[in-house]
Ligand binder design. Structure first.
Ligand SMILES: [Zn+2]
Length: 240
């Protein structure tokens, strides 16, 4: 579906947005494919989030058949977040390195990011993503997902406290058991981080801008824990 004019338009867009990532969609209308520029709502220069208004506009123009974004470090190599995003979109993704002009394309192929050592990308591979992935992989449970903007906790939002009941969790007043979610408050006015308790004094978690890791649940993490949450299921609350 990529053609020379799409590549040219996308590269020009990458140049215009540099040093931020550009993003757009490939749309087919009346048998012709073209590049549709979208706004990037992500904070920072190493991420993109297509403005949903632009996505809706593209959808009205024709059929969306691909997602395009740029890598301002010059390399089109897909990140883990790109592979995850491609799976979620169920569309081919095309990446252009700027200024190299090199391209890479990926298609959905069942990719899942590793639980330990995954790269950080807000909203795609972050502290709530790893909890959802752990529940999916070890318990076959699909937890609700929530839209979250970068550093929501510094902008008056309190997403973990506002949503844990909806996602099927209740606070408990006893030591954690495997699968419990530990809410933590890390340099924030509200609980903004969460970890899975793995048993044997270990946690699995993904801190902002680090790789996800398995760590000992000791001093610092214990001290900053505000809630121990246990999963009862989305219907657990009503059937108790
Ligand atoms: Zn990327």
């Amino acid at each position: 579906m990529m053609n020379a004019s799409i590549r040219e338009s996308a590269l020009a867009h990458a140049k215009a947005q540099y040093p931020r990532e550009s993003c757009g969609l490939i749309v087919v209308r009346k048998g012709k494919a073209f590049y549709f520029e979208c706004g990037n709502l992500a904070v920072g220069t190493d991420q993109f989030a297509i403005d949903p208004k632009d996505y809706a506009r593209a959808d009205r123009r024709g059929v969306i058949v691909g997602v395009v974004h740029s890598h301002p470090n010059g390399s089109p190599k897909p990140s883990q977040a790109d592979l995850v995003g491609c799976e979620a979109s169920q569309l081919p993704w095309h990446i252009v390195g700027y200024p190299s002009g090199q391209w890479a394309s990926i298609t959905p192929s069942g990719y899942r990011a590793p639980l330990v050592g995954r790269q950080w990308s807000h909203g795609v591979l972050d502290c709530y993503s790893i909890i959802r992935d752990w529940y999916k992989e070890t318990r076959s449970i699909e937890l609700l997902d929530f839209t979250r903007r970068d550093e929501w906790w510094l902008h008056g939002e309190d997403l973990y406290q506002a949503n844990y009941e909806k996602a099927g969790f209740v606070p408990v007043d006893e030591p954690p058991i495997e699968g419990d979610v530990l809410l933590m408050q890390v340099a924030s006015p509200v609980p903004n981080h969460a970890a899975i308790y793995l048993g044997d004094g270990l946690i699995l978690h993904h801190l902002q801008n680090r790789l996800s890791s398995r760590d000992v649940y000791g001093g610092y993490w214990q001290k900053n824990t505000t809630h121990i949450l246990r999963y009862l299921g989305e219907h657990g609350l009503t059937s108790r």
